[in-house]
Design a protein around this ligand. Sequence first.
Ligand SMILES: *Cc1c(COP(=O)(O)O)cnc(C)c1O
Length: 353
Amino acid sequence: MSGNLRGIPLYKPGKPAQGADGRPAYKLSSNENPYPPLPGVVEAAVAAAGSLNRYPDLGCTGLVAELAARLGVPESHIATGTGSVGVAQSLIHSTAGPGDEVVYAWRSFEAYPIIVQVNGATSVQVPLTADGGHDLDAMLAAVTDRTRLIFVCNPNNPTGTVVHRAELERFLDAVPADVLVVLDEAYNEFVRDPEVPDGIELYRDRPNVCVLRTFSKAYGLAGLRVGFAVGHEPVAEALRQTAVPFGVSQLAQDAAVASLRAEKALLERVDALVAERARVVAALVAQGWTPNETQANFVWLPLGERTSDFAAACAAAGVVVRPFPGDGVRVTIGETEGNDLFLEAAERFRKES
Ligand SMILES: *Cc1c(COP(=O)(O)O)cnc(C)c1O
């Protein structure tokens, strides 16, 4: 086995929902959307399935055209991939190798250390602030002449915290022009804080900024693996060159286009999840918890050493949450009944400990 591959951390998927004694269980461990695909999406996917003997459209031309028109960016600035993790992996592949450094906050998205190490580059992890946010000054101070790429996860997975426009612009202005800054906006649709910038606006006059978006979360297509980057031509071009050919299936492409066209239903569902998020946070506060402000489709409880016990208590109550042992628990906002079971378990845990 090559040196690069030794000791790569394993990506831990959220545990499947498994109800004890016939009770339903709720999977609140992977930030999935509790709603089924948007109207028209299953039909589009079924129609595409009739041509499974054919390779998909290599350039994802229909999807790229639809995205370009909606986002108001040139088609040549868009690169698609197998989920935004697939695109992120291509980004590292085309920018960083052995001896190069990739800077990101920690704790953040667990795929970052994996894809950095797979490419033989070095992770530079900058601790989050006490309230779970990005420490942009410390991240800037961590940039060296070996830094090739910086991830800013906004909102941050798993803490749900956000970076505001003014501080992000100051950061981008200070980062050397030859370092690529990747704004990972997987949860963009759930943001309601007006101070959070839309990365698409920030990238326009900054050649070293690239935005990652996905159909896995708000759009509810996690199972189809499709995401994309928006960046200037050298970046988008490099992504197209390094992507696995035909990685995005025709099912995924057509389902993504149909999802974009179901915007009204999308917005209603996202609004409902945001309202449910506010209800869950308020209930936690009423129970005496102090969850940090979240702008994503999950909440974060920094439980430290009690993390695994809390996750076990939730599992016993029929909800699967995502523990990061020794650190905290991330709980996806799911269907109301699942959220209620989680809140009951949280209240019991508080009273008993
Ligand atoms: C879920 C998630 C993604 C998206 O993953 P896909 O590969 O598109 O399913 C990307 N970034 C972050 C921070 C995430 O939480």
